[in-house]
Design a protein around this ligand. Structure first.
Ligand SMILES: C[S@@+](CC[C@H](N)C(=O)[O-])C[C@H]1O[C@@H](n2cnc3c(N)ncnc32)[C@H](O)[C@@H]1O
Length: 181
């Protein structure tokens, strides 16, 4: 009987995944493409988090960067915001299984979020969205906030550092842009 429930649950999640994939353009202009697991450590290194950092992932997908960022650091906190239902649900499920208290996942639009509490920001978004967000970053971010963007850069602001990921494999060969606000 339990086997039947597991099969129904997997089928339900699969249908939900297909459904939300087709409907993604209704929720967001950027598709849910999570960063590859193998480069998460390189992103965390580029963020240069401190013991008491406050990390935001804008469009957090399944939350993988957030959970990796606070792992073994109980005084760090992380907040992810996501507006597509399927990745949001994945992030919530990840939170339940990880039992991590210092990660919050909220459902919503990052254009309506106050960025000022963040000390570190991670984004993996299209360049047009980065450019739309830049005035909000410049207005709200505290001086010294470190922002790491995977693969895309602002058209009107030069990065302070450009880091090439170590892997040469096409799936994990990325460029990380670092900005200090
Ligand atoms: C390329 S994925 C990156 C996911 C995650 N940050 C990662 O690196 O694994 C971009 C995510 O941003 C979300 N997104 C796009 N626009 C958004 C908005 N205005 N508010 C909240 N989430 C948004 C999309 O739904 C998508 O899941």
């Amino acid at each position: 009987m339990i086997f039947l429930y597991i099969v129904i649950l997997i089928l339900f999640l699969f249908i939900l995944f297909l459904f939300t994939s087709f409907l993604t353009p209704l929720f967001s202009k950027v598709p849910f493409v999570p960063v590859r697991g193998r480069i998460v450590d390189e992103i965390i290194a580029a963020l240069e988090l401190k013991d008491d950092s406050v990390l935001y992932d804008l469009g957090c997908g399944d939350g993988r960067v957030l959970f990796a960022g606070v792992k073994d650091f109980p005084n760090r906190s992380a907040l992810g915001i996501e507006r597509a239902p399927f990745p949001y649900l994945c992030a919530k499920i990840r939170k339940v299984f990880s039992k991590t208290k210092n990660v919050s996942i909220i459902y919503g639009d990052f254009f309506k979020l106050d960025f000022s509490p963040a000390t570190h920001i991670f984004i993996y978004l299209f360049p047009s969205i980065l450019d739309e967000l830049l005035p909000k970053f410049e207005k709200e971010l505290k001086q010294g906030t470190r922002l790491v963007s995977c693969d895309f850069q602002f058209s009107k602001r030069k990065p302070d550092e450009v880091i090439k990921t170590k892997s040469k494999d096409w799936q994990t060969n990325h460029t990380i842009y670092v900005y200090h606000f």
